[in-house]
Each structure stands twice: as structure tokens, then as C-alpha cells.
Design a protein around this ligand. Structure first.
Ligand SMILES: *Cc1c(COP(=O)(O)O)cnc(C)c1O
Length: 294
């Protein structure tokens, strides 16, 4: 069994003239405080994946991501912390950057794979690791049933009642976990999912594979696609950071909070509403945006 999995993720209230004007209370679930590198939802997603790897006597975590992937850093750090080897299969031509540098510091081996071969991850795993009986496949982003299970636990940590929960979505695993948690714990909150990539209805369907509970899907806040941004989004992220003292980034949490503020401005929530936004962490992702943040 793995030990050392207890986490600290408090809820705190944040303030803004907009919240006062609309007479709502906004809180933030600080999953970014779980760990600086095994951050936020990545910790929750890895929890049962690592337990499974350990029970299967696997000692080598093999996973996938882009060159600025929060999941790669999280897996590299978790591998080091819990005594696994790790390999990160990185999409695209060989590059060096701060995120990959941190992955290597945590002992991760990196394998750069061109974009077309990268599409078939199981095939890549079989090609490179079929002769390593200790290797275990972990999907990009920690996606899948075990990740959903880990994320659903967030809901059991809530001591207050909220009317609305907000969560950013990449693969949708975290959102599916939150929705499942809400369903299982008979929580009445409505869950709002903000996809950060241009997904159409694909992501909505992905989430529906895990749960039949309804949720609010807001596909209009992707800002042109994954890791795309606008000067307005960057200004908003800066405003949020300096007015709350809580760091967010433009890839995930910036888009989620933008959506929350926008829906508030459009009077989507009645006075008296209590809203909880989930800070899914992943602040190292900002290292890939530094020129745009300047
Ligand atoms: C990876 C990540 C997400 C996306 O989570 P999914 O479970 O893939 O939807 C959201 N927020 C942050 C900060 C992340 O790093």
C-alpha cells in the first residue's frame, strides 16, 4: 500500500466588487495547495492509478503529454516520491523547456515522438515497453475510470452546501469525477463544466460516459482552443491574481474563472447564490506562457 496520500485542500472565500454587486458568495477549493508539482486534479487522478500500479507490482510508470504538460510533471514527481521509475512520452520534436527540465530533475526519462505516431498511445507503449514487465501504461492526463474515482473524492471533502460548482475540463476526467461525487453524495449543487479546448460536443459525451447526472456544459469559453489566449484573457488572469493573491493561469483556471465572471455579469445566478470554483492547480503550465504573460 502507498502511504503519504493525505492531502490539504482548504476552501476559502474570495472577494470582488462584482460578487458584491450581484450579491453572491464565491469560494475557491484550493486543490492547487495539494502539492506544488503533483498539483490539483493531477494528484487526485494519480492516486488510484498509483495504488493500482503498486498492487500489480509495476515499478515503471509510462505516460504521455505535450511539452508543457502538468500531468508529466505530476507523474514524474509522484514516481520519485513513491518509488517508481518513470518515462514521459512527449508529443512532437525534441525540445527543452522548464517543464521538461523539472520532469528530468524528478528522474523521468523522456521520449520524443512525432505527432502522427503519438496518436496511437497503446501502440507506442507496446513498441517501446512490451519487454519491460514492470512498465505500466498511464493514459495522457491520467484520464480514465481510476482518475474519475480519485476526483470524485473532492466532493466528500466539502463541509458546506453550494448552489454551483465550477470546473475546467481538458479530458473531462475531473469534471466526470466531480459530477459522480455530487451524485453519490446527494449534493444538490449544479456542476458547470468549462472545456478549455474547442471540443464541440465531444467532451460533453465523454463526461456522459461516466455519469447520467445532468450538468451545465459551457463550450463558449475556449478562446480559440487549447493553450490559446487573447490579451483580454491575459489581463483578466493578471487582475484575478493581484486582486485575490491566488495564482491562476490562462490555460485552465483562467478560462474557468473568466466563464464564472461572465455568467455572473449576465445575471445567470440569483442573489444569495453560493458558488464554489475548483482550483485544479497546474500552475507550472504558466511556464509555457511566460512571453505572453509579460
Ligand atoms: C490537467 C488540468 C485540467 C484538466 O483536467 P481533465 O481531467 O483532463 O479535464 C484542469 N485544470 C488544470 C490546472 C489541469 O492541469
Amino acid at each position: 500500500m502507498l502511504t503519504g496520500l493525505d492531502i490539504y485542500s482548504p476552501v476559502e472565500q474570495i472577494h470582488d466588487p462584482l460578487f458584491e454587486e450581484k450579491k453572491v458568495e464565491v469560494f475557491i477549493k484550493r486543490d492547487d495547495m495539494i502539492h506544488p508539482f503533483i498539483s490539483g486534479n493531477k494528484w487526485r487522478k494519480l492516486k488510484y492509478i498509483l495504488a493500482h500500479a503498486s498492487s500489480e507490482k509495476k515499478k515503471h510508470l509510462v505516460t504521455f503529454g505535450g511539452a508543457f504538460s502538468n500531468h508529466l510533471i505530476a507523474t514524474a514527481c509522484a514516481a520519485a516520491k513513491f518509488g517508481f521509475k518513470s518515462t514521459g512520452i512527449v508529443r512532437g520534436e525534441e525540445v527543452q523547456n522548464d517543464v521538461l527540465m523539472i520532469c528530468k530533475l524528478f528522474g523521468m526519462s523522456l521520449l520524443f515522438i512525432d505527432r502522427s505516431s503519438y496518436r496511437d498511445k497503446h501502440d507506442l507503449f507496446n513498441t517501446h515497453f512490451s519487454n519491460d514487465p514492470e512498465a505500466i501504461f498511464i493514459d495522457e492526463g491520467g484520464a480514465g475510470e481510476l482518475g474519475v474515482k480519485g476526483c470524485s473524492e473532492l466532493v466528500t471533502e466539502l463541509n458546506e452546501k453550494y448552489d454551483h460548482l465550477f470546473c475546467a475540463a481538458g479530458t473531462g476526467t475531473t469534471a466526470a469525477g466531480i459530477i459522480k461525487g455530487v451524485q453519490k453524495n446527494f449534493v444538490s449543487a449544479k456542476v458547470h463544466v468549462i472545456p478549455v479546448l474547442k471540443s464541440g460536443t465531444f467532451l460533453e459525451k465523454e463526461i456522459q460516459k461516466y455519469t447520467d447526472r445532468s450538468f451545465e456544459f459551457h463550450p463558449e469559453y475556449h478562446f480559440g482552443g487549447y493553450a490559446k489566449s487573447t490579451p483580454e484573457l491575459i489581463s483578466f488572469v493578471k487582475y484575478f491574481c493581484r486582486s485575490t493573491g491566488i495564482l491562476i493561469e490562462p490555460i485552465y483556471t483562467g478560462k474557468m474563472f473568466w466563464a464564472l465572471y461572465d455568467l455572473l455579469r449576465k445575471d445567470k445566478f440569483p442573489a444569495g447564490s453560493k458558488i464554489l470554483a475548483i482550483h485544479t492547480g497546474g500552475l507550472t503550465g504558466i511556464l509555457g506562457m511566460s512571453s505572453r504573460m509579460a
